[in-house]
Design a protein around this ligand. Structure first.
Ligand code: FE2
Ligand code: FE2
Length: 224
């Protein structure tokens, strides 16, 4: 089970240093959920500056200010790649969806709705950083905008978001049959979508960039 750390309990001027100290205690591959204070963006920026290659993080909910952010200690402090960060985020989101379906299957509709909302918030943020940060970079470098892989991915994002909204709705109305159907619809698009990104788009972007530009891009994705 992932441990939780409450950054709000630390005085503002010590928050960044304390959080970095706590994160440095994580064994590689392990995760920590951090309850963020109001200065969330500044704190994330400070962690990135203090230890630019040691941790990945993604918000667990949509709260712009406070809220939960999940951190993971990377296995090695090598130069970060887009493929590594966004594939981790796919896996992180997949497991929230599994948890959601398990809760619904056990009749825990409150839990299912909470997970479904969390899944939607996380996946919509993932899609937003792809649409707004990653794809423009790919399109600019390849000159492929209206045709090519990003056009297909953008189109699939619309379908994915629709299915996810229906999943949240089905969980809220405790409609097991609709939930199963929209879950199957979602997986019908999402599994292959993620595979194409992980096998083609992400490594393709990684290959097109030099080390410094790639690292800057990953930092923009992390903070996006
Ligand atoms: Fe995507
Ligand atoms: Fe993705």
């Amino acid at each position: 089970m992932t441990q939780t750390y409450d950054a709000r309990e630390v005085a503002p001027e010590q928050r960044a240093a304390s959080l970095v100290d706590r994160l440095k205690q994580l064994r590689p591959g392990t995760e920590l959920d951090v309850i963020m204070p109001e200065d969330r963006a500044d704190l994330l920026q400070a962690v990135l500056e203090a230890a630019p290659r040691r941790f990945w993080f993604s918000p667990v909910d949509a709260a712009a200010g406070q809220g939960l952010v999940r951190f993971i200690a990377r296995l090695e402090a090598s130069a970060p790649r887009v493929s590594e960060y966004l594939a981790w985020d796919h896996d992180r989101l997949d497991s929230i969806l599994v948890e959601c379906m398990r809760a619904a299957g056990a009749g825990d509709w409150q839990g299912a709705e909470r997970c479904a909302t969390r899944f939607r918030d996380g996946l919509f943020r993932h899609i937003a950083i792809e649409n707004d940060i990653l794809f423009p970079e790919f399109e600019e470098r390849t000159g492929m905008r209206d045709v090519g892989p990003t056009a297909v991915m953008r189109h699939e994002h619309v379908e994915i978001k629709h299915a996810v909204d229906e999943i949240v709705q089905s969980a809220a109305s405790k409609d097991s049959e609709a939930l199963q159907r929209w879950h199957a619809n979602l997986l019908g698009v999402l599994v292959e979508h993620n595979m194409k990104e992980e096998q083609i788009l992400y490594p393709g972007t990684d290959r097109m960039l030099d080390d410094a530009t790639r690292e800057q891009l990953v930092h923009r994705l992390l903070l996006g």
